[in-house]
Design a protein around this ligand. Structure first.
Ligand code: GUN
Length: 291
């Protein structure tokens, strides 16, 4: 796709067209892909994400069940629910929205999900499969980052990718995916984080920057080289409009960095729509596996 601003919205739309075809094929064979989304508590951002996931399912003809539980739900109750969903034949994918309330052990919950239904790709079995380059579910946001790069004509092959942020959801798996000896990967990856010394020296050597640190407008123009490709994973709420809408900023100082970048994703409309699209793709893949 031509143009400096990488439209995640447009790329996601075209991938959703491909997914819809697969959903229709599966339905022709008597299988409706099904996704269970579990939300514990009332975190406002999580509520927005969960709603968006349900809507995306509806549009593609994927069955979805959103299960909302009160913040006081015990770990035991949540584990019981996951057991039930693991055994439910209508459900091919299970997603537990993070973060969970503090009294619940996140690792324990993620490990309770059947790896064959783990469409988030967070179960250690799928993390391991990703790292060794075996078949499994790739986590949605980093996989979306890879698709954005490929489909915008910025194949990471041979490039120096600097990821800023080392979370299990984005930074670590970005490295795991883009370093693979595979088409659309083959990058040289460096992961930087809050303790990295001389961060600017490092980011200036990047051909591609993946910003996922969770700090609004952290990446400034003087931290990047001319012609860099920038993927901004950050979603930081910096305020609210008088109408009550969330004001979002990415991790990149978009206006200034775009003057130096050869390509850059906006927030919103960049990585966000891709994350949900990759979730839909994983759900369909999970359903296909039951054929
Ligand atoms: N919270 C923030 N991002 C994600 C995600 O990709 N999946 C889940 N389950 N929770 C999240």
């Amino acid at each position: 796709m031509a143009g400096k601003i990488i439209s995640g919205k447009e790329i996601a739309e075209s991938i959703r067209g491909e997914i819809k075809t697969k959903v229709d094929e599966l339905k022709g064979k008597g299988i409706t892909p099904g996704l269970a989304v579990v939300l514990v508590g009332e975190d406002p951002a999580s509520q927005v994400y969960v709603r968006a996931k349900g809507k995306a399912c509806d549009k593609l003809g994927i069955y979805s069940d959103t299960i909302k539980l009160p913040a006081e739900t015990s770990e035991e109750e949540l584990l019981k629910l996951i057991e039930k969903l693991n055994a439910d034949e209508k459900i091919h994918g299970i997603l537990v929205q993070l973060p969970l309330p503090k009294h619940i052990d996140e690792d324990k919950v993620l490990m309770a999900i059947n790896p064959d239904k783990d469409v988030d790709g967070f179960h250690p079995v799928n993390v391991g499969r990703m790292l060794v380059g075996a078949e499994g579910f790739l986590p949605c946001t980093p996989h979306g980052v890879q698709e954005l790069l490929i489909r915008s004509g910025n194949d990471p092959e041979g490039k120096h990718v600097v990821g800023v942020g080392r979370s299990n959801i984005v930074g670590k798996p970005v490295a795991g995916i883009l370093m693979q000896k595979k088409p659309g990967a083959n990058a040289t990856v460096t992961i930087a984080h809050s303790r990295t010394k001389n961060l600017t020296e490092l980011t200036k050597t990047a051909d591609i920057i993946v910003a996922a640190i969770g700090k609004p407008e952290f990446i400034k123009a003087d931290m990047v080289k001319e012609g860099v490709v920038v993927i901004d994973v950050g979603v930081n709420q910096v305020g609210t409009t008088p109408e009550g809408k969330r004001i979002l900023k990415g991790d990149v100082d978009f206006e200034a960095v775009k003057e130096k970048a050869s390509a850059i994703t906006p927030v919103p409309g960049g990585v966000g729509p891709m994350t949900i699209t990759m979730l839909m793709r994983n759900t369909v893949k999970a359903a296909q596996r039951t054929l």
